[in-house]
Design a protein around this ligand. Structure first.
Ligand SMILES: [Zn+2]
Length: 242
């Protein structure tokens, strides 16, 4: 069916692990799963409230002072170039993540967002203008953006808010809800819409700079059923798609 298979050795192991239905916790470092306490099903009850943050996607920071971005980033060399505001990025809630995940089978494969590589700019964490809820992956205009895993599209937006043209996909990983979000697509480039089933590696749109972005990049987030974003890099690394 054209399902992309990542060729890396680690992923091969992970994919095989999934094929045999073994819990993900047995195949990745425990530390990489420590952040998403969000996967606790008990927290689903809070997801409804979290959904209210969806409206924040519309943005409330129209006049961000970009020159303040680089000051606080602790990364030693070279200092990453801030490319967007994170103050209101990624407001989509957890209930949709849970519902979407419930409707799809376990992901059978994984893929990098950019199989040919990218430059990591701002990472996950506090920034001067607010907590950055994802990571910024720099790439050229029009470079295809790929779904990281099998799943179903639970959000797709045209340009307008600070996230610009964005997309969110619900996956099931290790039997748990996991949702990915991608922002700042080139306007009009989305290839899928809400309800679309996607497979790992499928092109879902093209890299742009819509919304609050100062250069072409994809703002990428991961979150669970509680809607709380966590650092996606350990998860990506553990699955060989970082
Ligand atoms: Zn960002």
């Amino acid at each position: 069916m054209g399902r992309m298979k990542y060729q890396g050795p680690l992923l091969g192991v992970v994919a095989m692990t999934f094929a045999f239905g073994v819990a993900i916790a047995t195949s990745v470092p425990a530390a990489s799963l420590a952040t998403p306490g969000s996967f606790d099903a008990v927290q689903i009850a809070g997801a409804v409230g979290a959904d209210q943050s969806y409206s924040a996607e519309g943005g409330s920071d129209p006049t961000v002072t970009r020159d303040g971005f680089a000051v606080h980033t602790p990364t030693p060399t070279p200092k990453p170039v801030p490319v967007s505001s994170g103050a209101s990025e990624g407001g989509y809630g957890g209930a949709q993540c849970q519902a979407g995940s419930d409707s799809v089978p376990e992901s059978a494969a994984f893929s990098p967002v950019y199989p040919d590589g990218y430059k990591l700019s701002d990472g996950f964490g506090p920034r001067a203008e607010g907590f950055h809820k994802g990571v910024d992956m720099l790439n050229g205009p029009g470079v295809p953006v790929h779904a990281i895993a099998d799943g179903v599209v639970i959000a797709a937006s045209g340009n307008g808010g600070t996230g610009g043209v964005y997309l969110s996909i619900a996956h099931k990983v290790g039997g748990q809800p996991l949702c990915s979000m991608y922002m700042h697509f080139l306007d009009g480039s989305l290839t899928v819409g809400v309800g679309s089933l996607v497979v790992a590696g499928q092109v879902i749109g093209l890299t742009g700079r819509t919304g609050n972005a100062t250069t072409e990049h994809t703002h990428f987030e991961l979150y669970g059923a509680d809607g709380v974003r966590f650092d996606p890099m350990p998860f990506l690394a553990a699955h060989g798609i970082g």
